[in-house]
Design a protein. Sequence first.
Length: 540
Amino acid sequence: MQDPLQSLLEKLPPIDLAEEKARFKQLQERLPELERYLRGNPAGEQTVVVIPSLTLNQDELSHIDGVDHYEERMLFFLSLLRLPRIRVVLVTSRPIEHNIIDYFLSHLEGIPFTHARSRLILLSTHDSSPVPLTFKILERPRLLERISKAICDPSKALMTCFNVTVLERRLAVVLGIPLYGTDPELNYLGTKSGSRKLFRDAGVDLPAGFEDLRDEKDVVQAIDALWAQMPDLRRVVIKLDDSFSGEGNALLDLRPIRQLRPGEASESRRLEAIAEQLPKISLQARRLDYEGYFDRFRRMHGIVEEFLEGEVKESPSVQLRVTPSGELRLISTHDQLLGGPDGQVFIGCRFPARAEYRVQLMAAGMAIGEVCRRAGVLGRFGIDFIAVPNGRGGWRLCALENNLRKGGTTHPFLTLQFLTAGTLDPITGEFHAPDGTRKYYVASDNLVAKHYRGCTPEDLIDLAVLSGLVFQRSREVGVLFHLLGSLSQYGKLGATCIENSPAAAEALYRRVLSTLDAELRRAWIPYALEGPPSARKTEN
């Protein structure tokens, strides 16, 4: 079956593929020079073209409520406007309301609002159809021309995206500017199968399992082989190679057929029993059934892994970056907040990861990052782990997934940098504001409730101000909301809650939830009964 992205490319004006790849390589070779220029000229002129396209599997994206507003998560790149000579060109599928833009720009420190706004160019395809934003841009020649005109000097411009595929490569070549991201030729390193091979190369622990599986038969045989290695195995996780946020995961319970485990039944009987049990998998994607899941598996391929059991279990992650000059840098660590039927779906994060394993996590992340760097990975990427007590007072850390893209932890950390202008200590993994104060946060993209529906961005901003759920510049603590565009229709928004201790950040997050719940449950009183607020009588 043809790659969906390749099908989209065939709808565009043809470009010789070899020529495109050569031109892309030439453009990427500009990045080290641009990096040196900016290091020597911190206030130098530059244009950053922000393309927040989620160029991922569109079937999986369709299962996420409000995903058509997830482009707003890259609004945090507006923080670049704090540098007085940087222009940001932000292109979105549909226009973002000006009050949402103003909400973010109002948090810039040291730059007049009008000065920042004059250097922000907002463009849109005015198209909310479920295809990647990058494709929508490529099929609009006049929009491409407007983007090109907004780039003052192509030699001092670059493009940044959520993830990089052949579509983003094509757009970079068409615009004639480099892309700060990994060449799509290396995207296998970001699949579930590629990740497992990467972790082995780095010498980092990972769950027992098998990769590069093609269909149900491969899955059944892999489960049997894994069971033979681990006779006490209780559950296994099946994962689609090209999935995200845990939505492509499925859990299979082997306990109902434990009497057939290796040593107690023939291989043929065991394979038959596993095949009969397979349709009982627990799917993390709510709107998917067994047939739909394995239809995707046959197209994407995938892996089978042991499910790590344990009453105490954490899901830490580490974020890294390879600079244009080839330097590997640690960005951050997090403990992920997971939900869904079996706790496999990403819903938020805490920063930083727990102190008990943070240094161990950073070391494992840097080992994997070094393999990525040598392979040619560029820009931001993140690695997900699972942590379980090892019974000896420490933790077993197993690497699960390498994400060659920005992710759910990218924008909260950018928020922290944006609001505090602090830095991460690469030794301890702690974040320090300029005055030395340690900073912590709890963040989520999934504050969801039916009674949130109908609340507009204006309503939410008003509620935040009246409730004191704002960022306090004097103490550098508080809340910044995001995904405001999805609130009214889907009853869904995000928030990053920053404080000076983990307990205070958690308390602030809980306060956000309780305030939203209390304020947005209030019933609307029709004007016909009491008249508009301005006309109501008040008692003296």
